[in-house]
Design a protein around this ligand. Structure first.
Ligand code: COA
Length: 304
Protein backbone atom coordinates (compact mmCIF):
# COMPACT_ATOMS: atom_id res chain seq x y z
CA UNK A 1 0.00 0.00 0.00
CA UNK A 2 1.34 3.44 -0.83
CA UNK A 3 0.90 6.41 1.50
CA UNK A 4 -1.39 7.94 -1.11
CA UNK A 5 -3.72 4.96 -0.78
CA UNK A 6 -3.79 4.89 2.99
CA UNK A 7 -4.22 8.64 3.47
CA UNK A 8 -7.66 10.26 3.87
CA UNK A 9 -7.48 13.06 1.33
CA UNK A 10 -6.59 10.74 -1.58
CA UNK A 11 -5.73 11.56 -5.18
CA UNK A 12 -7.06 14.29 -7.49
CA UNK A 13 -8.37 12.23 -10.40
CA UNK A 14 -11.45 10.18 -9.42
CA UNK A 15 -10.64 6.54 -8.63
CA UNK A 16 -12.37 3.48 -7.21
CA UNK A 17 -11.78 3.30 -3.45
CA UNK A 18 -12.20 -0.43 -2.85
CA UNK A 19 -12.10 -0.16 0.94
CA UNK A 20 -15.23 2.00 1.03
CA UNK A 21 -16.91 0.77 -2.20
CA UNK A 22 -17.04 4.28 -3.62
CA UNK A 23 -15.62 6.42 -6.39
CA UNK A 24 -13.74 9.34 -4.92
CA UNK A 25 -11.83 12.35 -6.25
CA UNK A 26 -11.91 15.99 -7.28
CA UNK A 27 -13.62 17.76 -10.14
CA UNK A 28 -10.45 18.47 -12.11
CA UNK A 29 -8.88 18.85 -15.53
CA UNK A 30 -5.56 17.10 -16.15
CA UNK A 31 -4.82 16.87 -12.44
CA UNK A 32 -5.57 20.57 -11.76
CA UNK A 33 -8.58 21.68 -9.73
CA UNK A 34 -10.24 24.63 -11.49
CA UNK A 35 -12.46 27.26 -9.86
CA UNK A 36 -15.93 26.49 -11.20
CA UNK A 37 -18.58 29.08 -12.02
CA UNK A 38 -21.00 26.58 -13.58
CA UNK A 39 -22.17 22.97 -13.11
CA UNK A 40 -20.96 21.79 -16.55
CA UNK A 41 -17.70 20.12 -15.50
CA UNK A 42 -19.33 18.74 -12.34
CA UNK A 43 -22.03 17.05 -14.43
CA UNK A 44 -19.49 15.64 -16.86
CA UNK A 45 -17.31 14.34 -14.00
CA UNK A 46 -20.36 12.84 -12.28
CA UNK A 47 -21.28 11.01 -15.51
CA UNK A 48 -17.70 9.65 -15.84
CA UNK A 49 -17.73 8.60 -12.18
CA UNK A 50 -21.06 6.88 -12.67
CA UNK A 51 -19.46 4.69 -15.37
CA UNK A 52 -16.49 3.93 -13.11
CA UNK A 53 -18.87 3.10 -10.25
CA UNK A 54 -20.92 0.77 -12.45
CA UNK A 55 -17.79 -1.05 -13.61
CA UNK A 56 -16.63 -1.65 -10.03
CA UNK A 57 -19.97 -2.09 -8.25
CA UNK A 58 -19.30 1.02 -6.18
CA UNK A 59 -22.37 2.27 -4.32
CA UNK A 60 -21.28 5.85 -3.68
CA UNK A 61 -19.71 8.71 -5.65
CA UNK A 62 -17.98 11.38 -3.57
CA UNK A 63 -16.40 14.39 -5.27
CA UNK A 64 -14.97 17.69 -4.14
CA UNK A 65 -14.95 20.85 -6.22
CA UNK A 66 -13.67 24.39 -5.84
CA UNK A 67 -16.47 26.82 -6.72
CA UNK A 68 -17.39 30.47 -6.75
CA UNK A 69 -19.61 31.55 -3.85
CA UNK A 70 -22.73 32.04 -5.95
CA UNK A 71 -22.72 28.63 -7.69
CA UNK A 72 -25.63 26.41 -6.68
CA UNK A 73 -24.18 22.92 -6.90
CA UNK A 74 -26.37 19.92 -7.69
CA UNK A 75 -26.18 16.93 -5.31
CA UNK A 76 -24.23 19.03 -2.83
CA UNK A 77 -23.74 17.43 0.61
CA UNK A 78 -21.48 19.95 2.33
CA UNK A 79 -19.93 23.35 1.67
CA UNK A 80 -16.86 24.86 3.30
CA UNK A 81 -16.09 28.57 2.83
CA UNK A 82 -12.44 28.96 1.75
CA UNK A 83 -12.24 32.73 1.18
CA UNK A 84 -14.51 35.68 0.42
CA UNK A 85 -14.74 34.38 -3.17
CA UNK A 86 -14.40 30.59 -2.97
CA UNK A 87 -16.04 27.56 -1.42
CA UNK A 88 -15.11 23.89 -1.28
CA UNK A 89 -18.14 21.83 -2.27
CA UNK A 90 -18.67 18.14 -1.45
CA UNK A 91 -20.84 16.47 -4.06
CA UNK A 92 -22.20 12.99 -3.53
CA UNK A 93 -24.67 10.39 -4.62
CA UNK A 94 -25.46 6.99 -3.08
CA UNK A 95 -27.26 3.97 -4.46
CA UNK A 96 -30.64 3.60 -2.78
CA UNK A 97 -29.33 0.49 -1.01
CA UNK A 98 -26.54 2.51 0.65
CA UNK A 99 -28.34 4.43 3.34
CA UNK A 100 -29.00 4.31 7.05
CA UNK A 101 -32.60 3.99 8.24
CA UNK A 102 -34.58 7.22 8.72
CA UNK A 103 -34.58 6.50 12.45
CA UNK A 104 -30.75 6.44 12.55
CA UNK A 105 -30.46 9.58 10.40
CA UNK A 106 -32.99 11.42 12.59
CA UNK A 107 -31.18 10.38 15.76
CA UNK A 108 -27.83 11.60 14.34
CA UNK A 109 -29.56 14.87 13.34
CA UNK A 110 -31.01 15.24 16.84
CA UNK A 111 -27.55 14.78 18.41
CA UNK A 112 -26.05 17.34 16.01
CA UNK A 113 -28.77 19.94 16.59
CA UNK A 114 -28.48 19.52 20.32
CA UNK A 115 -24.69 20.01 20.10
CA UNK A 116 -25.02 23.02 17.79
CA UNK A 117 -27.40 24.75 20.17
CA UNK A 118 -25.69 23.91 23.48
CA UNK A 119 -21.93 23.57 22.92
CA UNK A 120 -19.81 26.34 24.44
CA UNK A 121 -16.29 27.22 23.31
CA UNK A 122 -13.60 25.62 25.43
CA UNK A 123 -11.96 28.28 27.63
CA UNK A 124 -8.48 26.83 27.92
CA UNK A 125 -8.15 23.31 26.48
CA UNK A 126 -4.51 22.91 27.54
CA UNK A 127 -4.99 24.05 31.13
CA UNK A 128 -7.93 21.66 31.49
CA UNK A 129 -5.61 18.67 31.04
CA UNK A 130 -2.74 19.95 33.20
CA UNK A 131 -0.82 16.91 34.38
CA UNK A 132 -0.71 15.34 30.91
CA UNK A 133 2.01 16.21 28.38
CA UNK A 134 0.56 17.55 25.12
CA UNK A 135 3.17 17.56 22.36
CA UNK A 136 3.26 18.03 18.60
CA UNK A 137 5.70 15.67 16.90
CA UNK A 138 6.10 13.17 14.14
CA UNK A 139 9.24 11.61 15.32
CA UNK A 140 8.01 8.61 17.25
CA UNK A 141 10.07 5.90 18.94
CA UNK A 142 9.26 2.19 18.57
CA UNK A 143 7.70 2.30 22.02
CA UNK A 144 5.51 5.27 20.97
CA UNK A 145 4.38 3.38 17.86
CA UNK A 146 3.43 0.39 20.01
CA UNK A 147 1.33 2.73 22.19
CA UNK A 148 -0.31 4.33 19.12
CA UNK A 149 -1.07 0.93 17.58
CA UNK A 150 -2.73 -0.15 20.83
CA UNK A 151 -4.62 3.17 20.98
CA UNK A 152 -6.00 2.75 17.45
CA UNK A 153 -6.86 -0.90 18.04
CA UNK A 154 -8.88 0.08 21.12
CA UNK A 155 -10.50 3.22 19.70
CA UNK A 156 -11.55 1.66 16.37
CA UNK A 157 -12.67 -1.71 17.78
CA UNK A 158 -16.12 -3.09 16.97
CA UNK A 159 -17.38 -6.53 18.04
CA UNK A 160 -13.85 -7.82 18.45
CA UNK A 161 -12.63 -6.48 15.07
CA UNK A 162 -10.54 -3.41 14.26
CA UNK A 163 -12.35 -1.34 11.65
CA UNK A 164 -10.09 1.21 9.98
CA UNK A 165 -9.41 2.53 6.49
CA UNK A 166 -5.94 0.98 6.58
CA UNK A 167 -4.31 -1.90 8.48
CA UNK A 168 -2.80 -0.31 11.61
CA UNK A 169 0.57 -2.06 11.45
CA UNK A 170 3.43 -0.06 13.01
CA UNK A 171 4.87 0.44 9.53
CA UNK A 172 1.60 1.85 8.09
CA UNK A 173 1.04 4.03 11.16
CA UNK A 174 4.55 5.46 10.82
CA UNK A 175 3.94 6.25 7.11
CA UNK A 176 0.55 7.91 7.70
CA UNK A 177 1.77 9.99 10.63
CA UNK A 178 4.88 11.12 8.73
CA UNK A 179 2.63 12.93 6.27
CA UNK A 180 0.50 14.52 9.02
CA UNK A 181 0.59 17.10 11.77
CA UNK A 182 0.30 15.00 14.92
CA UNK A 183 -0.23 15.93 18.56
CA UNK A 184 -0.27 13.32 21.31
CA UNK A 185 -1.18 13.38 24.99
CA UNK A 186 1.08 11.44 27.34
CA UNK A 187 0.42 10.17 30.81
CA UNK A 188 4.04 9.88 31.96
CA UNK A 189 5.67 8.53 28.79
CA UNK A 190 2.64 6.56 27.61
CA UNK A 191 0.63 7.93 24.66
CA UNK A 192 -3.04 7.84 25.63
CA UNK A 193 -4.66 10.21 23.12
CA UNK A 194 -3.80 11.49 19.65
CA UNK A 195 -5.00 13.87 16.94
CA UNK A 196 -3.63 13.85 13.40
CA UNK A 197 -4.28 16.21 10.50
CA UNK A 198 -3.25 15.10 7.06
CA UNK A 199 -1.79 17.77 4.80
CA UNK A 200 -2.38 17.74 1.06
CA UNK A 201 -1.07 20.31 -1.39
CA UNK A 202 -3.75 20.65 -4.05
CA UNK A 203 -2.79 22.07 -7.47
CA UNK A 204 -5.56 24.50 -8.43
CA UNK A 205 -6.06 26.94 -11.31
CA UNK A 206 -5.16 29.76 -8.93
CA UNK A 207 -2.04 28.12 -7.50
CA UNK A 208 -1.22 25.46 -4.94
CA UNK A 209 -3.37 25.28 -1.82
CA UNK A 210 -2.56 23.54 1.44
CA UNK A 211 -5.51 21.63 2.87
CA UNK A 212 -5.48 20.02 6.30
CA UNK A 213 -7.98 17.30 7.09
CA UNK A 214 -8.38 16.16 10.70
CA UNK A 215 -7.94 12.51 9.82
CA UNK A 216 -7.56 10.79 13.18
CA UNK A 217 -8.70 11.29 16.75
CA UNK A 218 -8.46 8.61 19.41
CA UNK A 219 -8.36 8.38 23.20
CA UNK A 220 -7.98 5.30 25.38
CA UNK A 221 -11.32 4.24 26.85
CA UNK A 222 -10.62 5.08 30.47
CA UNK A 223 -9.19 8.53 29.56
CA UNK A 224 -12.17 9.63 27.43
CA UNK A 225 -14.22 12.77 28.14
CA UNK A 226 -11.44 14.60 30.02
CA UNK A 227 -10.79 17.00 27.13
CA UNK A 228 -7.68 15.20 25.83
CA UNK A 229 -8.58 15.21 22.15
CA UNK A 230 -9.59 18.86 22.42
CA UNK A 231 -6.18 19.69 23.90
CA UNK A 232 -4.37 17.73 21.17
CA UNK A 233 -6.47 19.31 18.41
CA UNK A 234 -5.98 22.80 19.87
CA UNK A 235 -2.19 22.34 19.79
CA UNK A 236 -2.39 20.88 16.28
CA UNK A 237 -4.32 23.99 15.18
CA UNK A 238 -1.61 26.29 16.57
CA UNK A 239 0.94 24.54 14.36
CA UNK A 240 -1.32 24.41 11.29
CA UNK A 241 -2.38 28.06 11.51
CA UNK A 242 1.24 29.19 11.82
CA UNK A 243 1.68 27.67 8.33
CA UNK A 244 -1.10 29.71 6.66
CA UNK A 245 -3.47 26.91 5.58
CA UNK A 246 -5.99 27.32 2.73
CA UNK A 247 -8.54 25.03 4.38
CA UNK A 248 -8.85 23.19 7.70
CA UNK A 249 -11.64 20.70 8.20
CA UNK A 250 -12.65 17.41 9.76
CA UNK A 251 -15.14 14.66 9.00
CA UNK A 252 -16.57 13.44 12.30
CA UNK A 253 -18.56 10.24 12.89
CA UNK A 254 -22.18 11.40 13.12
CA UNK A 255 -23.12 8.59 15.56
CA UNK A 256 -20.40 9.50 18.09
CA UNK A 257 -21.08 12.54 20.29
CA UNK A 258 -17.42 13.15 21.26
CA UNK A 259 -16.18 13.22 17.65
CA UNK A 260 -18.37 16.20 16.69
CA UNK A 261 -18.42 17.91 20.09
CA UNK A 262 -14.62 18.02 20.45
CA UNK A 263 -14.41 20.05 17.21
CA UNK A 264 -17.35 22.35 18.05
CA UNK A 265 -15.72 23.13 21.42
CA UNK A 266 -12.72 24.48 19.47
CA UNK A 267 -14.79 26.77 17.24
CA UNK A 268 -15.24 24.49 14.24
CA UNK A 269 -18.46 25.11 12.29
CA UNK A 270 -20.87 22.65 10.75
CA UNK A 271 -20.68 22.39 6.94
CA UNK A 272 -22.77 19.35 5.98
CA UNK A 273 -23.44 15.63 6.14
CA UNK A 274 -21.84 12.75 4.18
CA UNK A 275 -24.19 9.74 4.13
CA UNK A 276 -22.57 6.29 4.51
CA UNK A 277 -19.19 7.77 3.59
CA UNK A 278 -16.48 5.54 5.13
CA UNK A 279 -15.82 2.32 6.96
CA UNK A 280 -14.82 3.18 10.51
CA UNK A 281 -15.00 1.54 13.93
CA UNK A 282 -15.43 2.83 17.46
CA UNK A 283 -18.24 3.14 19.97
CA UNK A 284 -21.59 4.56 18.91
CA UNK A 285 -24.19 6.69 20.66
CA UNK A 286 -26.83 5.61 18.13
CA UNK A 287 -28.23 2.08 17.92
CA UNK A 288 -29.32 0.16 14.85
CA UNK A 289 -26.59 1.11 12.36
CA UNK A 290 -26.08 -1.76 9.95
CA UNK A 291 -22.53 -2.53 8.78
CA UNK A 292 -19.31 -0.62 9.33
CA UNK A 293 -19.83 2.25 6.88
CA UNK A 294 -20.91 5.38 8.73
CA UNK A 295 -22.41 8.84 8.17
CA UNK A 296 -20.07 11.77 8.86
CA UNK A 297 -20.54 15.42 9.80
CA UNK A 298 -18.23 17.88 8.01
CA UNK A 299 -16.83 20.63 10.24
CA UNK A 300 -14.37 23.37 9.33
CA UNK A 301 -12.31 26.07 10.97
CA UNK A 302 -12.40 29.50 9.35
CA UNK A 303 -9.08 30.42 7.78
CA UNK A 304 -9.74 34.10 6.90
C1 COA B 1 -14.11 10.71 19.68
C2 COA B 1 -12.96 10.64 20.67
C3 COA B 1 -11.66 10.72 19.90
C4 COA B 1 -13.07 11.81 21.68
O1 COA B 1 -11.94 11.78 22.53
P1 COA B 1 -11.98 12.47 24.01
O2 COA B 1 -10.58 12.62 24.46
O3 COA B 1 -12.93 11.73 24.85
O4 COA B 1 -12.61 13.89 23.61
P2 COA B 1 -12.75 15.20 24.52
O5 COA B 1 -12.95 14.79 25.94
O6 COA B 1 -11.64 16.12 24.19
O7 COA B 1 -14.08 15.86 23.93
C5 COA B 1 -15.27 15.12 23.82
C6 COA B 1 -16.45 15.95 24.30
O8 COA B 1 -17.64 15.20 24.04
C7 COA B 1 -18.30 14.90 25.27
N1 COA B 1 -18.91 13.58 25.17
C8 COA B 1 -18.35 12.43 24.72
N2 COA B 1 -19.24 11.43 24.81
C9 COA B 1 -20.38 11.97 25.31
C10 COA B 1 -21.65 11.44 25.63
N3 COA B 1 -21.93 10.14 25.46
N4 COA B 1 -22.59 12.28 26.12
C11 COA B 1 -22.33 13.59 26.30
N5 COA B 1 -21.11 14.15 26.01
C12 COA B 1 -20.17 13.34 25.53
C13 COA B 1 -17.18 14.95 26.30
O9 COA B 1 -17.68 15.10 27.61
C14 COA B 1 -16.42 16.18 25.79
O10 COA B 1 -17.16 17.37 26.03
P3 COA B 1 -16.77 18.39 27.23
O11 COA B 1 -15.63 19.22 26.74
O12 COA B 1 -18.00 19.22 27.43
O13 COA B 1 -16.41 17.55 28.43
C15 COA B 1 -12.99 9.31 21.49
O14 COA B 1 -14.29 9.12 22.00
C16 COA B 1 -12.60 8.07 20.69
O15 COA B 1 -11.46 7.63 20.72
N6 COA B 1 -13.59 7.50 19.95
C17 COA B 1 -13.36 6.33 19.09
C18 COA B 1 -12.62 6.71 17.82
C19 COA B 1 -13.35 7.81 17.06
O16 COA B 1 -14.55 7.80 16.92
N7 COA B 1 -12.57 8.79 16.58
C20 COA B 1 -13.12 9.92 15.85
C21 COA B 1 -13.11 9.66 14.41
S1 COA B 1 -14.00 10.93 13.54
Amino acid sequence: MSVKNIGSIGGITPYFDRINYRVKGWVSIDGIVPVLGSNNLIEKTMADCHELAKKNNATRISLRALTTKDLKVKNEEARIPISSELDLSYIGRNEVSRTNSQRVIQEERRILENLLSTTKLSEDPIKRVAGYKIETSNDFSERDLTDIKKLFETAYERNGRIVMWYKPSQENIRKVLKNSVVTVARNGEKIISLTAAEKATIPTSIGEMDWYEMSDAATLEKEKRFGLVQACTFKNMEYIFSNHPSAVYGEARACNIGATKSLLRLGFKYAGFLPKHVKIGGSRNVNGIRGDIEDLNVLYKEVE
